[in-house]
Design a protein around this ligand. Structure first.
Ligand code: OOG
Ligand code: MG
Length: 261
């Protein structure tokens, strides 16, 4: 286990890279015995620093939850992380690309709970019963590691490459949808770049929530009501450039669009 000084120093290093859109070498290159628990401790310290400077925690993210994402990144286990008010971007808006290193976009099903849930034995029915609504979302990920290459421990310390997110479309009652088979299309400048169905996420995106709750349980925490929970990219992530217009279309749920400037 890393000592608190090292956790604090590595948190500063990651935060500096995130704020200045610069890359760092993988933390595990320098600290090969670093553990996943150390990385989640760095995330908790990141949260404390964000809140101390006035950002709010607005949600959580599960990542690396689909085969397409696991294959693309060469990692075979999900990661979890936090979302903040500084990452939230409006639908139909502009995202400043020079604030980012090498962004990619992902289409995800977002959940908002109407009551807190937790524990390591939740079922899909438990998650559905606690869900207020589901909403189409696009996450903009931006690894602070060179060439977007990392291992699970390093990417967790970088809060799962989080950088921005956009929600849109229509908030829907999950009981009015077949959440296993929502078709999703990601268009960039009108061309289809990726397509898939929500079953790609652990057979059902509610399974991401179950895993996230179990992860939080292992750290003595629970999933709060009222926050956005991103369940992970359904397809491989799409690299973007300045000027690109993104439109992610979600079957029966509407679309999310915005532009990189
Ligand atoms: C890690 C984060 C993955 C997702 O939805 O799968 C993620 C990465 O690929 O950089 O957010
Ligand atoms: Mg994601």
């Amino acid at each position: 286990m890393m000592n608190i000084e090292t956790i604090n120093a590595l948190t500063s290093r990651v935060l500096m890279a995130q704020d200045s859109a610069t890359t760092i070498t993988k933390l595990t290159d320098e600290f090969p015995s670093m553990t996943m628990a150390d990385s989640y401790d760095i995330q908790d310290e990141l949260c404390r620093r964000w809140v101390a400077r006035g950002d709010r925690i607005t949600g959580m993210k599960a990542g690396l939850t689909s085969r397409a994402k696991m294959l693309q990144m060469g990692v075979d286990e999900p990661s979890f992380g936090f979302l903040t008010s500084a990452m939230a971007c409006p639908e139909s808006g502009k995202i400043q690309i020079d604030e980012l290193v090498h962004p990619r976009v992902e289409a995800e099903i977002g959940f908002v709970l109407k009551r807190e849930i937790g524990g390591d034995h939740l079922s899909i029915d438990d998650v559905m019963a606690a869900t207020d609504f589901v909403i189409p979302a696009v996450e903009i990920i931006d690894s602070r590691y060179e060439k977007f290459k990392f291992d699970l421990i390093s990417v967790i310390a970088d809060n799962g490459s989080s950088s921005r997110y956009v929600t849109g479309g229509r908030p829907m009652d999950p009981r009015n949808l077949d959440l296993c088979s929502i078709g999703v299309v990601i268009e960039c400048n009108g061309d289809i770049e990726e397509l898939g169905a929500s079953a790609a996420v652990l057979d059902h995106p509610a399974n991401s929530i179950i895993m996230l709750a179990a992860h939080l349980h292992s750290r003595g925490a629970r999933l709060p009501a009222g926050q956005l929970i991103l369940t992970g990219g359904i397809t491989a992530a799409v690299a973007v450039q300045k000027g690109d217009v993104i439109n992610a279309r979600f079957q029966n749920m509407g679309s999310v669009s915005f532009r990189f400037v």
